[in-house]
Design a binder for this molecule. Structure first.
Ligand code: MV4
Length: 463
């Protein structure tokens, strides 16, 4: 097992990884930008190294400085967390070159899944259901129009180098095809340095359901069930849950064996997530595979009792997975609300100093955060400041628990999305589990027709 791991990230995920390492008896090295010197990930790590100024491209994305930090501290492995360098195949390759273990899939797998057209074709070839579309990349407008004609409009033009909702456009009529194709091509070339495109039938108002996979370097692959992530705004997830309110154990078994079989054939290792869209008839279609730990992993940890970060570290050290598929038991229901330093109505960022702070707790409650009283939320980074995760025997009880926790959560001095979540936890559509990717739009159009609630007064002193 590794004696020392460098954590190439900041915020709650860096702290989450440090906690797993501490329990495993592994020493940790935090890296930080100059403005993050007072961050909890720096304070709780065994060692820390400043890797540059505030800007991400000069610090948390600075491969040279991060590799230097690993080499001077003698770290044997690097956990990249999510975002930043987590899916960067060149970085994973550089780690290999320096005999430092990248805690994640192989560079080959990162490269394959980073190319969304290739990833989809590969999965389709392995028997994973996908939406009808171009088989791989589309070379020319002429070819594209022909394929679109076969699939039928509306179609979606997607950038191979995109993903997560970046670089895509709906085309509803043949007349708009050329203009849209050339627009996405231009945007993709500029944004991803890859102007390759592929086509897919457009699914209106789907649900987003993803499967968590874990694989070791000995060919063992298991899945940990699914998460429903349909509540998103501009491709930013806001609320996630496990299990999905619409999944049946039969369907989970079928899809679960499809995803694990595909990963076995690919020789996948580490944690991964296969994203699916579900249409209104309950059919599933593979979209993309995320080759990293995800923000919403705690809901899966709550319903399975499995520490996904520890499994990632174990398998990176060459150990087999700690359990078999038959030993994975799903129990109860888990919900996660992402608490962002944002205006709860406009979602505009709201950095600044936290003047009072009370974090909820109690049975079935987990808060992954790095905030504290007098902490300053910085404008340079992601606005995610806390993840509030609850677990209860049923979805109904999980929602009641989440409401109770949101009521206890006090963050003063900045705006946060706590109030937004309180609203959703009372929404009849949310309560009935009728979720889809247009939930947020519907939710806010309803709010316009309602009288605003009387402001509740919630202040604490000296928290
Ligand atoms: C789609 C789609 C409809 N049809 N593909 C957005 C994120 C990226 N992973 C893929 N996305 C979508 N792909 C087809 N063929 C609709 C979306 C989509 C979406 C997907 C999941 C969650 C929220 C979404 C919001 C808008 C669009």
């Amino acid at each position: 097992m590794f004696k020392k791991i460098l954590v190439a990230n900041r915020g709650e995920i860096a702290l989450r990884i440090i906690r797993a390492c501490r329990e495993m008896g592994i020493k940790t090295v935090a890296v930080y930008s100059s403005v993050d010197v007072d961050s909890l990930h720096v304070r709780f790590a065994d060692e820390s190294v400043c890797i540059g100024p505030p800007r991400n491209d000069k610090s948390y994305l600075n491969i040279l400085n991060i590799m230097s930090a690993a080499l001077v501290t003698g770290a044997e492995a690097i956990h990249p967390g999510y975002g930043y360098l987590a899916e960067n195949a060149s970085f994973a390759r550089i780690c290999d070159d320096h005999r430092i273990k990248f805690i994640g899939p192989s560079p080959r797998m990162l490269r394959l899944m980073g190319d969304k057209a290739k990833a989809k074709e590969t999965m389709r070839g392995l028997g994973v259901p996908t939406l009808p579309g171009s088989d791989g990349e589309v070379g020319t407008v002429k070819e594209g129009i022909q394929i679109a004609e076969e699939i039928g409009y509306p179609i979606l033009i997607k950038a191979s180098g995109g993903g997560g909702g970046k670089g895509m456009r709906i085309v509803r009529h043949k007349d708009d095809f050329m203009r849209s194709f050339e627009a996405v091509q231009g945007e993709a070339g500029a944004a991803f340095g890859n102007s390759a495109l592929y086509l897919e039938r457009y699914l209106g108002d789907p649900r987003h359901i993803e499967f968590q996979v874990l694989a070791d370097e000995h060919g063992n692959v298991i899945h940990l069930g699914e998460r429903e992530c349909s509540i998103q705004r501009r491709h930013q997830k806001l609320i996630e849950e496990s299990p999905s309110p619409v999944m049946t154990s039969r369907r989970r078994r079928t899809l679960g064996s499809i995803v694990t079989d595909a990963c076995k054939k690919l020789d996948y290792s580490s944690a991964g997530t296969m994203e699916f869209l579900m249409d209104t008839q309950g059919k599933y279609y593979f979209l993309e595979m995320n080759t990293r730990i995800q923000v919403e992993h705690p809901v899966t940890e709550f319903v399975t009792g499995i520490d996904i970060i520890k499994e990632m570290i174990n398998v990176a050290a060459g150990e087999p997975l700690s359990l078999k598929q038959s030993e994975v038991k799903l129990s109860g229901h888990s919900l996660e609300c992402r608490i962002n330093a944002e205006d709860p109505e406009t979602f505009a960022p709201s950095p600044g100093k936290i003047t009072a702070c009370n974090v909820p707790g109690g049975l079935g409650v987990r808060v992954d955060t790095t905030i504290y009283k007098d902490y300053t939320v910085l404008p340079y980074y992601d606005s995610l400041i806390a993840k509030l995760i609850v677990h209860a025997p049923t979805r109904r009880e999980a929602i009641l628990r989440m409401r109770r926790c949101l009521g206890e959560f006090v963050i003063e001095g900045i705006k946060t999305t706590v109030r937004f979540h309180e609203g959703v936890m009372k929404d009849p559509e949310f309560l009935s589990g009728k979720l889809s990717t247009s939930f947020i739009e519907r939710y806010f159009s309803k709010a316009l027709n309602e009288q605003p609630d009387v402001e509740r007064v919630r202040t604490i002193h000296g928290a």
